[in-house]
Design a protein around this ligand. Structure first.
Ligand SMILES: [Zn+2]
Length: 210
């Protein structure tokens, strides 16, 4: 894994300086692949795109914000940049806040946010914790899943598999099975088998595919 330069941004609301890591190269060796499509690679870390300014609380897209500079590890000259706040991933509450403030702007933005909410809940299961801590949280979890299903395109095979998985999460095993069994591609027979098994086990939770 080869780290890239640290990229420097200015908060569009208050001029606070933030830094985000980047990667020159990595690899997918020894990755973990999950039924919700999340892939975790030790040698290919992901960095946030949507983040929150620690100083003023403004939530914004780094990819839509112009970089004001960058520095490499070992560079000594710019202490202000080196000491800048590190861009962090949002929490589940902050992602919901981003949705209600219409930070998404378009469908791809909404997809990013809703997928991150979905994955963040599933991260709890990946880490051996419960999916939802209260009935209120379960209602929000469910509303996000329904919102995600609404914006996915069933004509795109990978999005169709996502729709099947989201329905399995909701306990709609028959819908999940109908979708999965309609997929006609021998290359994904292993994936179909895994979904069919988890549906017959009545498992709604995220599971590991490899
Ligand atoms: Zn700010």
């Amino acid at each position: 894994m080869l780290p890239g330069p640290n990229l420097i941004y200015k908060c569009p609301n208050c001029d606070n300086i933030l830094q985000n890591q980047s990667l020159l190269s990595g690899n997918t060796f020894d990755g973990k692949i999950y039924s919700d499509g999340k892939r975790i690679y030790t040698m290919l870390p992901e960095f946030p795109d949507l983040t929150k300014c620690i100083k003023c609380g403004h939530i914004f897209w780094l990819s839509k914000t112009t970089e004001i500079g960058s520095y490499n590890w070992g560079d000594e000259q710019n202490l202000l940049w080196r000491n800048a706040d590190k861009a962090e991933f949002l929490t589940i509450d902050e992602y919901f806040m981003a949705l209600s403030f219409n930070v998404a702007k378009d469908k791809s933005g909404e997809f990013y946010i809703r997928q991150r909410i979905w994955w963040s809940f599933n991260d709890r299961v990946r880490n051996g914790k419960v999916l939802c801590n209260s009935e209120e949280e379960k209602t929000r979890w469910e509303s996000n899943i329904n919102g995600l299903i609404k914006i996915l395109d069933p004509d795109d095979v990978s999005q169709l598999i996502m729709i099947a998985e989201l329905n399995r999460n909701l306990g709609n095993f028959e819908i999940c099975l109908t979708i999965i069994e309609s997929l006609d591609n021998p290359d994904i027979d292993w994936l179909k088998e895994a979904f069919i098994k988890n549906c017959s086990d009545r498992n709604q939770l995220v599971f590991r595919l490899n």
